[in-house]
Design a binder for this molecule. Sequence first.
Ligand code: SF4
Length: 205
Amino acid sequence: MLGERSLRDSVNKAIDSMLMVESDDSRIRVDEVTGCLRRSYYNRRERSIPMKERLILLQRYMHGISRERKEYHIEDLTIIADADTVVDDAVVRFEVVDDLPSAPEPASLIALNASLWILDKDEGALVYITRDGSTIQFSITRDKRLFDETIRRAKVLSMLLKDNRPPVLEPSEHCNECSYYERCYIQHRRYEGTTLERIFGLKRE
Ligand code: SF4
């Protein structure tokens, strides 16, 4: 009978296999280069995807959104794109979000653009869906410079993984939510207002 720890390991392995977590440093998923490379590096080294990102990936998986993988080979590197539905020769990428964005998010644009090149399609659509069923759609045409930049970032990540060297910090608004915040930035203490007021003598005792 499996102990609690073995059961947890087995469940994590099953999720990794369902989400197709890559362990070969020559194989880079597009979604690993759409955001902070340093975070993707740590995710690989931890041999795990942080729980929050797992939930997002699982949510996409359970909605049946990421169904098909396509590979792009360049030199000794393989770039892997999650290809969403192809309708009338256009690639459609779905994103489940809490709030509809007013413009496409850069990470989604990079991922869809890579799918267009890897599937050899000219046009695509990004569809954002909220849990209550509201949607907004953006159409895009493929862009070579953006794909070249995606390839360049994949090469950098692959090389640094092989060299065991973490990429440089990529400070952004996502850092506050990132599991590796404390590895990247100095440790800090949090003071509530009343304590701060006492430290700076702003409050009469
Ligand atoms: S804290 Fe910021 S810079 Fe560091 S890994 Fe996370 S996203 Fe990247």
